[in-house]
Design a protein around this ligand. Sequence first.
Ligand code: BTN
Length: 259
Amino acid sequence: MEDLGTRWLGREVISWLDVVESTNTEAIDMARNGAPEGAVVVADCQTRGRGRQGRLWVSPAGVGLYVSTVLRPKVPVESIPGLTLAAGVAAALAIEQFDVGARLKWPNDIMIAEKKVGGILTEAVWDKRGIDFVVVGVGINVNTQEDELPLSIERPATSLGLYLGREVSRTGLIRALLCQLERWYESFIQGESEAIHRAWKGLDMTAGREVEVCLPKTRIRGTAESIGPDGALLVRTDKGELHTILAGDVVQCRMVGDE
Ligand code: BTN
């Protein structure tokens, strides 16, 4: 592939693979073996793509984007959720070059017309001294056909190509994605958390909606008020209780008043 357009991300080490279990697993192995910040793994197909909360990320060959990056931020562990927000903004903006109204659904689903088109899996490894590395993995359904998408009523999925009704260049999208990731990661390490939070809120489709959030042992229903700077979702129940949710999944996200 010709120039990626980035200054450092994917410049020194970039690994293009045909088939891999998971680009995140591959990137974690590379990082453990000393891969530098900015190393990138791209695969044409994943046999066991990993999603959030132990789910599988369906990754058919030749139609999706499966990309993981090795980052080595020198920040306290507590600020990692800010990096996840930054990656969400980057991925949504890369997709938005197609003018599809890409939005973010908490915690980091990339949505088009209420359907999921992409997701992010951030995995950090740290010890007493601080963060060793973080792998940010992005999966985007690019030219994926209806019968290749996961079937789920609670989590409907789409692809960019299906929405646009035409084939989309995966190389163009990789370039845009890596450029955006580089830009928003720099913003993150420069401590521009307010700018990242503002950008995330500008793309957010969750706030103001009636949501049902799936937690490990329970579900919370209420109105999503906003996203905190720490990436937490604030949900107010009908009884007026405010819940600060750090990790979970929004499985319903209706406009107030919708049936
Ligand atoms: C989600 O559940 O929304 C997150 C999905 C993340 C999928 C991507 S595809 C590239 C990278 N490798 C993986 O195994 N997962 C991430």
